[in-house]
Design a protein around this ligand. Structure first.
Ligand code: 13P
Length: 249
């Protein structure tokens, strides 16, 4: 049985004070402990999560990392610095970084391998653009992102993959649960070919893109969908808690 993971990606939102308030509020709300909850705030808010760690049930991680442990890389963040802050997870290859910052599959693969080597759980983000979907290339694109992202990686059940179709991110237009299931099943099949079924059966594969309390139940009822990577709807702790409590909403 794979434990559901609901992760909130705050992107470039909130300051330290807002993060501390959010941590307090979300911890005060009731949520189902069979679900793992993680928040992925901006770097500057990570210390608030670390400070609250002893009284918080929220796991946390970073939105990006560099592919080297240390060195002359002005403006970059090492995975060792993230571990120092108590991070467990790190997003790798979010579509906003692929598209706006020009991250390549090669960079993403380098980051993913170092994340695992240093002890962080990578959340590898993949997804096709609207044009790629309309041209019928969605599976080819996503398949290639998964294969290249995992290239040379020792099979590891702690890797998380998030399927986030670019056209569904921040648009309010989510993929249908059956389309998401089909793609996520396809992704699990690739992992099975690369890593064998023992590991691929344990991998958690999330859906992301306009997830909200009204649609989470349908996604979570699909066989291969193990959770969600939530953007906008994770910014309000009450709305996020409604998503976490998908079994009762
Ligand atoms: P939205 O939930 O705002 O569509 O964002 C999804 C996302 O990019 C999470 O990483």
């Amino acid at each position: 049985m794979r434990r559901p993971l609901i992760a909130g990606n705050w992107k470039m939102h909130k300051n330290i004070r807002e993060a501390s308030e959010y941590i307090r509020e979300l911890n005060e709300l009731p949520w189902d402990d069979s679900v793992e909850v993680a928040v992925i705030p901006p770097f500057t808010c990570l210390f608030a999560f670390r400070e609250a760690r002893s009284r918080s049930r929220i796991r946390y991680g970073a939105q990006n990392m560099f592919w080297a442990r240390e060195g002359a890389f002005t403006g970059e963040i090492s995975p060792l610095m993230l571990l120092d802050l108590g991070c467990e997870y790190v997003l790798i290859g979010h579509s906003e970084r692929r598209q706006i910052m020009g991250e390549s599959d090669r960079m993403i693969n380098d980051k993913l391998r170092l994340a695992l080597e240093t002890g962080l759980f990578p959340i590898l983000c993949v997804g096709e653009t609207l044009e790629e979907r309309e041209n019928g290339n969605a599976k080819e694109v996503v398949g290639e992102q998964v294969r290249q992202g995992l290239q040379g990686v020792i099979p590891h059940p702690g890797v998380v993959i998030a399927y986030e179709p670019v056209w569904a991110i921040g648009t309010g237009v989510n993929a249908t649960a059956s389309d998401a299931q089909e793609m996520i099943h396809f992704v699990r099949d690739i992992a099975k070919k690369e890593w064998g079924s023992q590991v691929s059966d344990q991998l958690r594969i999330l859906y992301g893109g306009s997830v909200k309390p009204a649609n989470i139940g349908e996604f979570m009822s699909q066989d291969d969908i193990d959770g969600a990577l939530v953007g906008g709807a994770s910014l309000d702790p009450k709305v996020f808690a409604d998503i976490i409590n998908f079994r009762s909403t």
